[in-house]
Design a protein around this ligand. Structure first.
Ligand SMILES: Nc1ncnc2c1ncn2[C@@H]1O[C@H](COP(=O)(O)OP(=O)(O)O)[C@@H](O)[C@H]1O
Ligand SMILES: [Mg+2]
Length: 317
């Protein structure tokens, strides 16, 4: 056997829950004229995209050790939107985050899970700039933002939505969007544009009928939607949703999930932190698990559910 020029070994590629390539292997010898055929949609172009580096093999981030996966094809890394590199955060003598690294690619739906107190919110506080990091670097679109103040990170496109909504109670729902909209637009502000944009966001979120209501007149789910609408008004590239579904009914969770899927389809990268496993497993393309301030696992929802290390971390809860 002449050594192969190209070896594709167990190549798998998923798009969301759909498996476009399922462990495909082939090799092409030097000088060979090689044909690749198959019906429409059989995965030919996807395979070529993985070979050329246009796509990352595996479901994104499916790089757990021992996973059956491509060996001959070097995973071409899409440049990360967010890179967290060795992040450490201490509160007095207590280490809440101990050298945590993760990266989020543009357009990704990324889940961050872990038992209570594992450091999820602390990590997000460091990414948003609410808390200074004690060690490590944070990069956004390739720029080091570790020392950039929180308000400037918002302008760069890092926006979080809080578990406990904090709207301005004396303003209507639409007026609540005006402030982040004007802020996102910079010093320039045009009243007519802002009002139209606010209505457009409320339509996307399904809250247009409440545009002229004050927050006090909203139900719990409507308050969560207002919180998402306000986050949208800040024009996020990266939207971080920290337990936005706590306390909601199953139907309401589906409602919020549908909105988040829609925002993601419009190109917004989303980090979902969620205790409701059903929601985070359905939503995420890739999940990182924290436990006691350490990163203990990364993988697809399927891999995470089957990971004994993750199961053990949650057993104490
Ligand atoms: N501002 C703070 N001061 C002191 N300890 C904190 C502070 N914020 C979080 N912690 C501690 O850090 C750990 C991680 O908390 P947190 O990030 O909120 O966890 P999670 O969001 O995963 O539930 C917990 O032990 C918590 O008590
Ligand atoms: Mg938290």
């Amino acid at each position: 056997m002449a050594p192969a020029l190209l070896e594709v070994d167990g190549l798998t590629k998923r798009f969301g829950g759909f498996t476009a390539l399922n462990g495909v292997s082939l090799d092409v010898t030097p000088g060979e004229r090689f044909g690749l055929i198959g019906p429409n949609g059989s995965g030919k172009t996807t395979l070529i995209n993985c070979v050329s580096g246009a796509r990352r093999p595996g479901a994104r981030g499916d790089r757990r050790p021992g996973a059956a996966g491509p060996r001959a094809v070097t995973p071409p890394m899409a440049p990360a939107l967010l890179e967290v590199d060795g992040l450490t955060k201490r509160f007095g003598g207590f280490t809440a985050l101990n050298g945590v690294s993760l990266d989020v690619t543009p357009g990704e739906r990324f889940g961050l899970i872990g038992p209570n107190g594992s450091g999820k919110t602390t990590l997000i506080n460091c990414v948003s700039g609410a808390l200074p990091a004690d060690g490590g670097r944070i990069r956004f679109e390739g720029h080091d933002i570790t020392a950039v103040p929180a308000h400037r990170r918002t302008r760069l496109g890092i926006v979080r939505s809080f578990q406990i909504p904090k709207p301005f109670t004396s303003m209507t729902v639409a007026q609540n969007l005006a402030i982040p909209l004007e802020y996102a637009a910079g010093a320039r502000s045009d009243g007519a544009d802002v009002a139209a944009e606010a209505m457009e966001i409320l339509r996307t979120i399904g809250l247009e009928s409440k545009a002229h209501t004050r927050p006090a007149g909203l139900t719990q789910i409507e308050m969560r939607k207002l919180e998402l609408a306000r986050a949208m008004a800040a024009k996020p590239k990266l939207l971080i949703s920290d337990e936005a579904m706590a306390g909601l009914s199953s139907a309401e969770i589906d409602d919020i999930l549908a909105i988040l899927f829609r925002l993601n389809e419009r190109g917004i990268t989303i980090i979902m932190i969620e205790h409701i496993m059903r929601a985070v497993m359905r939503f995420s393309e890739r999940i990182v698990v924290l436990d006691a301030g350490e990163r203990i696992a990364e993988g697809t929802p399927d891999a995470i559910v089957r990971n004994p290390v993750v199961e053990k971390a949650y057993l104490g809860e």
